[in-house]
Design a protein around this ligand. Structure first.
Ligand code: FES
Length: 78
């Protein structure tokens, strides 16, 4: 599963019924560690089978945005 392109209603934690959309909402509002997500949603606290998926989603949505390099002479100040 590619969690970057997965549908928002895709279930990540089947034990607790937690969707990708719920996790992304939490991550973008600052609840962006495994421990914090466990405390808020209980995702990952039963069978643990979703923990690697949650970590992947955290990694995707907390990665810094790197701007595309511009070709010389195409910027506003050139
Ligand atoms: S699938 Fe998340 S704890 Fe079981």
């Amino acid at each position: 599963m590619d969690w970057k392109t997965a549908e928002p209603d895709e279930i990540v934690c089947h034990c607790m019924g937690i969707t990708k959309a719920k996790l992304v909402e939490l991550i973008l509002s600052g609840t962006s560690t495994m421990g914090a997500i466990e405390r808020v949603t209980e995702a990952g606290t039963s069978c643990g089978g979703c923990r690697s998926k949650i970590l992947q989603i955290i990694e995707i949505y907390t990665a810094p945005i790197t701007p595309e390099p511009r070709a010389p002479g195409t910027g506003c100040c050139s």
